[in-house]
Ligand binder design. Structure first.
Ligand SMILES: Cc1cc2nc3c(=O)[nH]c(=O)nc-3n(C[C@H](O)[C@H](O)[C@H](O)COP(=O)(O)OP(=O)(O)OC[C@H]3O[C@@H](n4cnc5c(N)ncnc54)[C@H](O)[C@@H]3O)c2cc1C
Length: 541
């Protein structure tokens, strides 16, 4: 089965939905999303979206804060242009009906770790859900956007897939859409398009503990890597310092850990050990408001020192009604699990949260493959450098989705794009798979390996071990993949393995500790040479 469209958008988080909305002003769009349309990292964002709104704030301050967090690796031009474009894009969100929390007529701007000013627009503590609601509502009103749910992109269509013409993947020049598995009937559909936008979000599920939902298996990173697209800085995984700790945090929250937002520390939350002692002053003069990597490492170090399972976040010195007013979702969720955050300390542990690296895009959202554009968490724009400043990711996704739409307009109007005849999906000789245990086991093995060896604190030895383990699982999985009819779990496992491989490879390349990448073999050391991105390109296969 095949479908033709002007533009294929893969993903229905903030990046995919906003790109689709803007593209629909001049072209037809097919938007595919792997589960239901609201299920995305966006939907779980709590804290908010950073932008210069307060007259006392300035672009210069927002830029400076972002550059400091990025630990010398941000692309200054990318940061400046995103920050300056921010207020316009926020206006776009408000125009489509996004309701940010206000005090009187003014926005209630919150402050988070690493920000020198209060500049976070939020909708109570359910900001992502509110943005997603408004975007879905607008997209559904457009007749020329067709949404396919339960549709998983398998791989990009490139020169490699030209009918009767097998070309080396290293010679790819164009992207003309993707193969999509419709999981409602297990049929693979070929969707051809003049332009394709990858907006597939993050890869948190690579790790045992993550705030990301089950959809975040890094599919976009892996598809791009397999197609020979440039990706970079995969070693910079942000671990959120404070996810809610329960004995079964993964199964309690459907495969993810529940986030206790950064805003809780911004609001005055204090970190304490099991014995009730404050400890952040021993790690950084900014204490609880230090950037996330510092707080996550401090917690990791306290846990390792004491052998404790968690530390505690304390809001009990704040007024109950203020806590409930600011954090209604966190309050009710914790209460359901036996913790009254107005009276009890909240048990917390770090969890994988955000991928700063990804598909390299320029200021216009273009990747190294002609016809392929990307925005959101799957990209490496240069904005985050070695560490993302809190609440900059929703803004980055919004700004680059808008730019992708503008660039694609020129691309499809400016030239006569001829799509060659591309092969249909060929699953002849493959069999249905009835040994799911092989997949589940490998899934868990990947997540545990990455958590133990490629987590908050790394070393050459740990990375070497992880590389060997992941290589074995890769070989076993590829063997299985070649003889099996495709299904969701095997696609996701393959993608987790590819992401793990790229994270380990980038981590091994970086012979220094910088931002989110901390290694015992080069502690406290910033490179004395030129500061480089770790760029990877898969040219064999
Ligand atoms: C708990 C939590 C809290 C956060 N809080 C904040 C915050 O306060 N402020 C902030 O700036 N950032 C926050 N972030 C980060 C931010 O939410 C994400 O970086 C951002 O939402 C990413 O948007 P996106 O559109 O790129 O990806 P997503 O919102 O994750 O959307 C990705 C989409 O792609 C789809 N998809 C994935 N793979 C495939 C495939 N193979 N085929 C088809 N579809 C596919 C998914 O189903 C999903 O619809 C938070 C993240 C989490 C997890």
């Amino acid at each position: 089965m095949s479908i033709k469209t002007d533009v294929l958008v893969i993903g229905s988080g903030i990046a995919g939905l906003f790109a689709a909305l803007k593209i629909s002003e001049y072209a037809d769009v097919v938007l595919v999303t792997k589960k239901n349309k609201a299920e995305s990292n966006t939907n779980y964002a709590q804290g908010g979206i950073a932008s210069v709104i307060d007259p006392k704030d300035s672009f210069e301050k927002h830029v400076a804060d972002t550059l400091i967090a990025g630990a010398g690796l941000c692309d200054k031009e990318a940061v400046e242009s995103m920050v300056k474009e921010g207020p316009e894009r926020i206006k776009d969100l408000i125009e489509i009906g996004t309701k940010f929390t206000k005090i009187g007529d003014s926005f209630d701007l919150a402050r988070e770790g690493g920000h020198s000013m209060s500049r976070i627009l939020h909708s109570k503590d359910l900001t992502g859900q509110e943005i997603e609601r408004a975007l879905i509502h607008s997209v559904e009103e457009k007749n020329n956007i067709k949404i396919y749910e339960d549709a998983i992109a398998i791989d990009l269509l490139t020169e490699h897939n030209i009918f009767n013409e097998a070309k080396s993947i290293g010679e790819n020049k164009n992207c003309w859409g993707a193969y999509i598995l419709d999981t409602s009937n297990n049929v693979v559909v070929k969707i051809t398009a003049k332009a394709t936008v990858l907006a597939t979000g993050g890869l948190g599920q690579v790790y045992l503990h993550t705030t990301n939902p089950l959809i975040a298996t890094g599919d976009g990173f892996a598809m791009a890597y397999r197609a020979g697209v440039e990706i970079a800085n995969m070693e910079f995984i942000q671990f959120h310092p404070t996810s809610f700790f329960t004995k079964n945090s993964n199964s309690d929250f459907d495969g993810r850990s529940f986030l206790i937002s950064e805003a809780v520390r911004g609001f005055g939350g204090l970190l304490r050990t099991k014995g009730g002692n404050l400890f952040m002053m021993n790690y950084d003069p900014r204490k609880e408001l230090a950037p996330r990597d510092i707080v996550a490492r401090a917690i990791d170090s306290e846990l390792k020192k004491r052998g404790d399972e968690c530390v505690y976040l304390d809001l009990t010195h704040k007024k109950s009604q203020d806590i409930i007013h600011h954090f209604p979702n966190i309050y009710t969720t914790c209460l359901k699990h036996g913790i009254d955050i107005t009276k009890d300390f909240i048990p917390v542990v770090p969890a994988a949260h955000y991928a700063c690296g990804g598909i390299v895009v320029n200021l216009r959202g273009q990747t190294s493959l002609n016809g392929l554009y990307a925005s959101g968490e799957v990209t490496m724009t240069g904005v985050h450098g070695a560490n993302r400043l809190a609440s900059n990711s929703l803004l980055e996704a919004l700004v680059y989705a808008f730019r992708c739409a503008g660039t694609i307009k020129e691309h499809i109007n400016g030239s006569d794009i001829k799509i060659p005849e591309l092969s249909d999906w060929d699953d002849s000789g493959t069999l249905s798979h009835d040994e799911k245990v092989l997949i589940t086991h490998s899934f868990n093995e990947v997540k545990q390996t990455m958590w133990d060896y490629v987590g908050i604190v790394r070393s050459d030895l740990r990375l070497e071990r992880a590389a060997k383990r992941i290589h074995n699982i890769y070989n076993e999985t590829e063997e299985l993949y070649k003889k099996t009819r495709v299904f969701k779990e095997i696609l996701e496992l393959r993608n987790l393995i590819t992401c793990s491989h790229t994270i380990i490879k980038s981590a091994k390349m970086r012979k220094e500790s910088r931002g989110l990448h901390y290694t015992l073999d080069y502690p406290n050391l910033y490179s004395s040479g030129k500061i480089e991105n770790t760029v990877l390109k898969n040219v064999k296969e």
